[in-house]
Design a protein around this ligand. Structure first.
Ligand SMILES: Nc1nc2c(ncn2[C@@H]2O[C@H](COP(=O)(O)OP(=O)(O)O)[C@@H](O)[C@H]2O)c(=O)[nH]1
Ligand SMILES: [Mg+2]
Length: 308
């Protein structure tokens, strides 16, 4: 039987009201967003293609202005079919928009849910910026919203994520987990990292593939400004170096960052490690890192990350 390229492609949908932050999220993941930037309002749907594990994927960024929202709901077969991953983005700072956002989500979900058996739903509570993250009122707001989304998503598994462009790693994780998090290798790599991180006083480490998604990570949730500033720099950096398997290390804002870019099987990978400079002892060694890389290679052979 011939394959239909349209349905063969993995479709990822970013949906939400205008100004929720969808385009900024997609741009951050593609490393083309700059803090403070206001992307021009998205006209209808903006599509971008990428490859993950050799499979073609496409992100549909659905412009959220009312006229566009109506057009998707008027022609759902054209706009809302074959979605594999639905990310609904809601601006948690804009309390006045909540009712409209929930209504929009409900309308979109009603259609998709009936027509897409393999759908995976994620809700992004976005603009939870580090400076307000600890505010009890914000936490309460999110708790209430979860209940309201839950009431729409009857009998459906859902992932909730709290994200901000001021903590780009939250975006990387929230996009990666629904797509790759269920692969056995994701868990294996994360366990490997957790053990390594604890023994080597590492605050953060991850493995990204094809310079796009995370295939395993460990993070201590220190929301100190130093880590956030440093991690933003770090995040921009990785993926942009030569694929030569060299261990590169440099110090920045109180952290020592280590980046290794190489190939495993047919895929480009980046291994990223952040170690606080204040802890001079237990600095990751070349030998230790080479062991990690060796184990990652073995895991790739044993649990080949084929997407379905
Ligand atoms: N404070 C804050 N502003 C954000 C965040 N993400 C996006 N923005 C801003 O929100 C505005 C709308 O973003 P945009 O990506 O165009 O939203 P879209 O209409 O959903 O695509 C822009 O000015 C962004 O810079 C965030 O995490 N925190
Ligand atoms: Mg947009």
């Amino acid at each position: 039987m011939e394959k239909n390229p349209e349905t063969d492609i993995m479709k990822i949908a970013m949906v939400g009201l205008a100004n929720a932050g969808k385009t900024s999220i997609v741009k951050t993941i593609r490393k083309t967003y700059h803090i403070g930037e206001s992307p021009s309002p998205t006209k209808s749907v903006q599509r971008s293609i990428f490859k993950i594990f050799g499979q073609n994927s496409i992100v549909w960024d659905y412009g959220g202005q009312e006229e566009y929202r109506n057009s998707y709901l008027d022609k759902p077969g054209r706009f809302l079919s074959d979605i594999r991953y639905l990310f609904f983005v809601i601006d948690i700072q804009d309390t006045n928009s909540f009712d409209e956002a929930l209504k929009y989500f409900s309308d979109v979900y009603d259609f998709i849910h009936e027509h897409t058996p393999q759908l995976i739903v994620s809700i992004m509570f976005h603009k939870k910026d580090p400076k307000i993250a600890k505010d009890p009122e914000i936490k309460e707001r999110i708790r209430k919203l979860k209940r309201k989304f839950g009431a729409i998503l009857v009998n459906r598994e859902v992932g909730y994520y709290e994200t901000s462009v001021y903590d780009a790693l939250t975006l990387l994780t929230s996009i990666s987990l629904p797509i790759l998090g269920d692969l056995p290798i994701y868990n294996k790599i994360s366990v490997l990292f957790a053990n390594y991180a604890i023994q080597n006083s590492v605050d953060y480490m991850n493995l990204t593939v094809d310079n796009l998604l995370e295939l395993g990570k460990f993070r201590i949730f220190r929301k100190n400004q130093e880590f956030l500033d440093a991690s933003m720099e770090f995040y921009k950096e990785f993926g942009n170096l030569e694929i030569d398997s060299k261990i590169r290390a440099y110090n920045f804002e109180g952290y020592r960052f280590i980046i290794v870019q190489g190939k495993v099987e047919d895929y480009d990978y980046t291994l990223n490690v952040a170690h606080p400079l204040s802890l001079d002892q237990d600095m990751p060694t070349e030998e230790g890192l080479n062991q990690i890389l060796q184990k990652i290679n073995e895991l790739f052979v044993e649990y080949h990350p084929l997407l379905t």
